[in-house]
Ligand binder design. Structure first.
Ligand SMILES: [Zn+2]
Length: 247
């Protein structure tokens, strides 16, 4: 990795007082989270269930085939040994130093919180919380995991328990959208990582940014590369760890 670029990145951080990080799947894959959107994920899912991951993770499919939904959901989201990686840890440290004001993430794995981040805005919800579709009673995560992909049912009313994630066909939570928009519009620096920004609504949120500097860290090119002060194609964990050491 070029030292001069890392130094420039560190300089931008030193000049900023209100940084927001906007992240996507690429942040979690470096933790070993399985990516159902990858070619492998798609191939294996269609082979096993005869439908795409996006179909399984949709509201209507959850309602009609909760058994298949939970089998898939357990395999991809619950039965994982993923731990926070260097990117999560660097961002938590940046928040501790008072520089970073919020993490806005499209991920649902809770790894930012486990790394120590406090202000995490989860656009698509979280797999760390599950609640009854009828009485809304919360079922502890350990209980859900112990079922190993069987349908969890509410202990109070026997209705199906669902994850607190936004499924396909479902709208994002309005208060979460507002919190993300407010954080991004108040920031003086935006670090975008592990997302191609190609999927709605990611790109929409970037438009709220009115600050000075944008740093983009993603393996592939994005349509926003031209708007960024710095673009990194390397591992997000490596880039963020390096810049923390250069501060
Ligand atoms: Zn219930």
């Amino acid at each position: 990795m070029e030292n001069s670029k890392i130094n420039k990145f560190a300089e931008l951080i030193r000049e900023s007082n209100s940084i927001v990080f906007f992240g996507g799947a690429g942040v979690s894959t470096e933790s070993g989270m399985k990516d159902y959107r990858s070619e492998d994920g798609l191939y294996n899912t269609v082979k096993k269930y005869k439908v795409s991951p996006e179909t399984i993770l949709s509201h209507s499919f959850f309602e009609t085939h909760p058994d298949v939904f939970y089998d898939f959901y357990y395999n991809y989201f619950l039965n994982t040994a993923a731990e926070p990686n260097r990117a999560h840890l660097a961002l938590a440290e940046l928040e501790k130093q008072g520089k970073l004001k919020a993490v806005v993430t499209q991920n649902i794995d809770g790894l930012h919180q486990r790394a120590g981040s406090k202000n995490v805005i989860e656009l698509h919800g979280t797999t760390l919380k599950h609640y009854c579709t009828d009485c809304k009673a919360v079922m502890p995560n350990e209980q859900i995991k112990a079922l190993r992909g069987q349908i969890p049912r509410c202990e109070k009313c026997n209705h199906i328990v669902r994850p607190d994630v936004v499924l396909y066909e479902e709208p994002l939570n309005q208060s979460v959208i507002e919190a993300a928009a407010l954080a991004i519009s108040s920031a003086d620096m935006l670090i975008i990582g592990g997302t191609s920004l190609a999927v709605y609504p990611a790109a929409n949120f970037i438009r709220y940014f009115k600050g000075e500097s944008i740093v983009l860290i993603n393996r592939d090119a994005t349509q926003y590369d031209g708007n960024a002060n710095l673009v990194f194609r390397e591992s997000i964990g490596e880039v963020l760890e390096s810049v923390m050491l250069s501060l």
